[in-house]
Every structure is written in structure tokens, then in C-alpha cells.
Design a binder for this molecule. Structure first.
Ligand code: MLT
Length: 324
């Protein structure tokens, strides 16, 4: 009996400590882990939403870049982090392609995370260095036919959307280019601007200002319709790459076991951030669509992730692309 009483008292104490911790959460800064390098598209979105999230949570949300292996190093780090609400994660659709791409994945996207909500959907653009010897898509096609073996295509590693977009491009064009991986498309873009690589497929959250200022050449957008902010840039589909479509969805996660009350507060802060007028204006300028409100929810993200894992798994296995 005495043992029972002691056990009961101990579990009550643990319960009230946990409850107290949840009611005071957050009482110190929160790390928002980003799986790619600073300055790139995921980092741009993270830093944009960290400001209003910090305001509504009353604590700094500090972006932390944990790069490598197409985003899987950061995902593993977050999956193993303490589930106390002080580590959260912004990743894109790489969460859904990783299980098929990596044979020895150290995390399970469907078992190791709590879902906070979907964030934003971003189109991509196919770019070349400014002095690339082709002025339009037709010239690019001709050039690649005869010089493809000399052309380099940058990406952010296996599982990055720049990699996926590059694979689709090469397969639809019937060419094999030399791929050059970076820790994110931030550094890949620096290499393009520095003329160290030839081509890059990258998200509009990074590319729109560079296209508008003429610092890079653009050959097309990866969605079925032209973008309002780049009306003169044709789609890849309309230039002959029929059905070419990549739009990059993003989600926010926390380690499995993060208390539901904390997830609720994080979700509320994310919703506030996505309605912030400055965030809305900047995302619109960068041709990015804020996720519909019902999808900025744990269930919205879970459903999206499950359906995307089912969509990409067979495609990737059929293509036979993977890391050992
Ligand atoms: C980044 O943030 O660097 C990109 O999202 C990487 C990628 O192409 O997936």
C-alpha cells in the first residue's frame, strides 16, 4: 500500500510539473530548424514567418540551419530532439520523397513528428547563368542536344526539390547533365551568379528578384500557368515539356511527443504569421501561395504528407534513384 501511495504521489508530481511547464511555455527562445543553407528559399520563408511567430508567442523564434543530405540531417536532428516545444522544423516536400530516396533513413516522417500545419506552396523557375549561350528555350534545347556533356546543373542534394526538378527536366529533355550538389540553393545560386555552374531549377522565393533585375537568365516556370509576377516568362509545359509540374509545398513539424497544448499554441502562432500583412505582401511578390487556412492545421499537414508519400514513392522507385 505504501509503495502504491509513493508511486501515485510521484506520478502526480510529475504530471503537475509537466502541466506547469506547458502553462508557462514558452519561457525561452524556440529553435526553428531549417534543413538547407541560409539565404535560400526555405530559409527566406522561415525568417519571414519567425518574426510574427515570435511576436505572438512572446519569445524569439530563432532560425537554425542544419544542412546536408538533402534535408535528412535536419529531419533526423529534429526527430531526436526533446519534445518540449523548443525545437520546431520547417521543411518542404522533401519530407515525402525522403523515404523512397534514402535506403537508410534515420527517421520516419509518419511516426517521429507532430504536425503543426502546412505553410506555403512555391513554384520553381529554370535558370541559367547570365552569359549562358542560349537566349530562349528553343536555343537551350538545341544547345543541350550537342553540348549537354559540358553543361552543369546545380542542386541542393538528393531529396532537394532543385534535384527533383532537375531530374524531371533531364528526363523530359532526354539529356544527361553534370549535377553539382550544394548545401542549399542559396549557395547554388551564388555559384550560378559567379558563373561557376550553368543551370539551376529553384523556387521563386529566391529567384523572382534575381530574374527581375536581370542577374540570371530564365527559361521557364514549372507550373501549368504563367505567374502574375513574371508574366513574360513562359511555362515549361507551353514550350514543349508537356505536363511538367513542380510546386513545392512546405510544412511545420515538432518532435513526436510535443504536448498537444504546445502544438495548439504553435499552430495558432503559425496561423497568425500566415495572415500577417507584411508576410502576405512579401509572399505575393515572390509568387508564393499561403496554404488555405484549413490546411494550416495538424490534420491538414498529416493528410498532405501521407498522400505525397504515396504519390512519390512509386515514381522514385520506378526511376531507381536512391542513396545507399
Ligand atoms: C533551399 O532552401 O535551399 C531549397 O529549398 C533546397 C531545395 O532545392 O530543395
Amino acid at each position: 500500500m505504501r509503495i502504491l501511495k509513493t508511486l501515485l504521489a510521484a506520478s502526480l508530481a510529475a504530471f503537475s510539473l509537466a502541466a506547469a511547464a506547458q502553462s508557462t511555455w514558452p519561457d525561452h527562445p524556440i529553435a526553428l530548424v531549417v534543413p538547407f543553407a541560409a539565404g535560400g528559399p526555405t530559409d527566406v520563408v522561415a525568417r519571414m514567418i519567425a518574426i510574427p511567430m515570435s511576436k505572438s508567442l512572446g519569445q524569439t523564434v530563432a532560425v537554425e540551419n542544419a544542412v546536408g543530405a538533402g534535408g535528412t540531417i535536419a529531419a533526423t536532428k529534429v526527430a531526436r530532439a526533446k519534445p518540449d516545444g523548443y525545437t520546431i522544423f520547417l521543411h518542404h516536400m522533401g519530407m515525402s520523397t525522403a523515404p523512397a530516396l534514402y535506403k537508410k533513413l534515420q527517421f520516419d516522417p509518419l511516426k517521429d513528428f507532430e504536425y503543426i500545419g502546412q505553410v506555403v506552396d512555391v513554384p520553381m523557375t529554370l535558370l541559367a547563368r547570365k552569359d549562358f549561350p542560349a537566349e530562349n528555350f528553343a536555343e537551350l534545347r538545341d544547345y543541350l542536344k550537342t553540348n549537354g556533356n559540358k553543361v552543369s546543373l546545380a542542386n541542393a542534394g538528393l531529396g532537394a526539390v532543385s534535384h527533383l526538378c532537375g531530374l524531371l527536366f533531364m528526363s523530359q529533355m532526354g539529356v544527361e547533365l553534370t549535377t553539382v550538389p550544394f548545401s542549399g540553393t542559396g549557395p547554388a545560386m551564388n555559384a550560378l551568379l559567379g558563373k561557376q555552374v550553368d543551370l539551376l531549377c529553384d523556387q521563386t522565393t529566391q529567384t523572382v528578384p534575381l530574374i527581375k533585375s536581370g542577374r540570371v537568365k530564365v527559361f521557364g516556370v514549372t507550373v501549368p500557368n504563367r505567374l502574375e509576377v513574371l508574366p513574360d516568362v513562359p511555362t515549361l509545359d507551353e514550350q514543349g515539356l508537356k505536363g511538367f509540374e513542380v510546386k513545392v509545398w512546405h510544412g511545420m513539424y515538432a518532435p513526436k511527443g510535443t504536448p498537444p497544448q504546445v502544438i495548439e499554441k504553435l499552430n495558432a502562432a503559425l496561423k497568425v504569421a500566415m495572415q500577417d500583412p507584411d508576410v502576405k505582401r512579401r509572399l505575393t511578390e515572390l509568387s508564393s501561395d499561403i496554404a488555405p487556412m484549413d490546411k494550416i492545421s495538424p490534420q491538414g499537414l498529416k493528410t498532405q504528407l501521407e498522400s505525397e508519400i504515396n504519390r512519390w514513392g512509386p515514381v522514385i522507385r520506378k526511376a531507381g534513384v536512391y542513396a545507399d
